[in-house]
Design a binder for this molecule. Structure first.
Ligand code: MEV
Length: 422
């Protein structure tokens, strides 16, 4: 029987039946696919309700970052990541600013934006005012779409109307700005936008197309700042090297992309551990990094009058404590409990602090020993395992690889052969 990707009714099958079909229609054998039988800490029934066509789940390590002090409170931070050094980096950065007060945070609140696109509006400037004049009607339409949110103290907040020059015309783009409280809020604002679109079309004579949230959540910013004394970080040379690293990122988009990737190593790990939408946060962060018209660093670094290194970050943080996987995935629930956050704003603030800590650690490593030294310990262990080392052999081979300064599978294999014959 030849294999095909056209598997009618796949979604209606049980998980074992789907695995059977995958084995029949892909190069993978049923034996290989046994790996999917172990669902770990996500029950199969839960996974099957979360997405379509489920065959299994993927476990990622969850580590806990220690040493963090946020707004005067000690907090443990759960981080889900496949990348070595990320958790250790936050622990180190946080330890080095504990004595100078840790991280101080704030937010702009939990305001999400949804956009409604109207085309074929002949008199855009006029139509814009027609919409703005009817803010109270807009408020009612939006709030009627989610009475529970109103009970929780959220709801419609404001309206903005922009004229966007597009390929062949000027489009009228209405932004509804909604306080979504402890929800990330995508469903809420999308529902409101869908309800409002035909009404706006009636008022303006325009043709509505897209009705969807904007991931450039610049009304939902989280901020964190911290101070590191030169003594805590290894001296003024280290500090000055870090400032050079920052100036580079600030000036050059090629560098800024990597600098911000490092920030997102920390941010996405907490977003993932808490069951939030990593892509929403990532797209918002990178779009915000370009909000001046030029892609640049998400963090700012300065030397204060006393010679201390001061870091700050301001980053869109559309995360919630309800909705999505946050209340469904057992690990997300446990992670939120570890963090002890009571509101989505508290979670957003903790994540911003982690982003800043991560950036500090990357810049410090890059400005001193380079990044490979820190990476190599864990990486060498992975390479040792890949070469076939087991038990105590893993540490022995990893140490040898680091000493040799060559962390490669072929070298690990040679060293393993030597070890076993010695
Ligand atoms: C690696 O995942 C992240 C870094 O490249 C970040 C940076 O360069 O700032 C180390």
């Amino acid at each position: 029987m030849s294999s095909s990707s056209r598997i009618s009714g796949f979604h209606k099958l049980s998980i074992p039946e789907r695995l059977q079909k995958v084995a029949e229609n892909s190069p993978a054998s049923l034996d290989t696919l046994k790996v999917f039988e172990e669902f770990g800490n996500l029950p199969a029934e839960t996974a099957d309700r979360m997405i379509e066509n489920v065959i299994g789940s993927l476990s990622i390590p969850v580590g806990v970052a220690t040493n963090m002090v946020i707004d005067g409170k000690d907090v443990l931070i759960p981080m889900a990541t496949e990348e070595s050094s990320v958790v250790a980096a936050v622990c180190n950065a946080a330890r080095q600013c504990r004595d100078s007060g840790g991280f101080i945070t704030s937010t702009t609140g939990s305001l999400m934006i949804a956009q409604i696109q109207l085309t074929n509006v002949a008199d855009c400037a006029n139509a814009r005012l027609k919409i703005l004049e009817r803010i109270e009607e807009i408020r009612t339409i939006c709030n009627d779409a989610d009475p529970l949110l109103i009970k929780l103290g959220g709801g419609f907040y404001d309206v903005d109307v922009r004229m966007v020059k597009a390929k062949n015309e000027t489009m009228l783009v209405t932004h509804i700005i909604v306080d979504t409280r402890d929800a990330m809020g995508a469903n809420t604002v999308n529902t409101m936008a869908e309800k409002l679109a035909p009404v706006l079309a009636g008022w303006t004579g325009g043709k509505p197309y897209l009705r969807i949230l904007s991931n450039l959540a610049d009304r939902r910013l989280a901020r964190a700042r911290a101070v590191w004394t030169p003594e805590a970080i290894g001296g003024t040379d280290v500090r000055d090297g870090m400032m050079q690293a920052y100036y580079f990122a600030e000036a050059d988009p090629y560098r800024a992309a990597t600098h911000n990737k490092g920030i997102m190593n920390g941010v996405s790990a907490v977003v993932l551990a808490t069951g939030n939408d990593t892509r929403a946060v990532e797209s918002g962060a990178h779009a915000y990094a370009a909000h001046s018209g030029r892609y640049t660093s998400l963090t700012t670094w300065e030397v204060d009058a006393d010679g201390n290194l001061c870091g700050s970050i301001e980053i869109p943080m559309p995360v919630g404590l309800v909705g999505g996987a946050t209340k469904i995935h057992p690990v997300a629930k446990a992670s939120l409990e570890i963090l002890g956050v009571q509101t989505a704003e508290d979670l957003a603030k903790a994540i911003a602090a982690v982003g800043l800590a991560q950036n500090f650690a990357a810049m410090r490593a890059l400005a001193t020993d380079g990044i490979q030294k820190g990476h190599m310990g864990l990486h060498a262990k992975n390479i040792a395992v890949m070469a076939g080392a087991v038990g105590d052999e893993i540490d022995t081979i990893a140490k040898t690889l680091v000493q040799l300064g060559t962390v490669r599978v072929d070298v690990a294999e040679q060293e393993l052969a030597k070890l076993r014959t010695s």
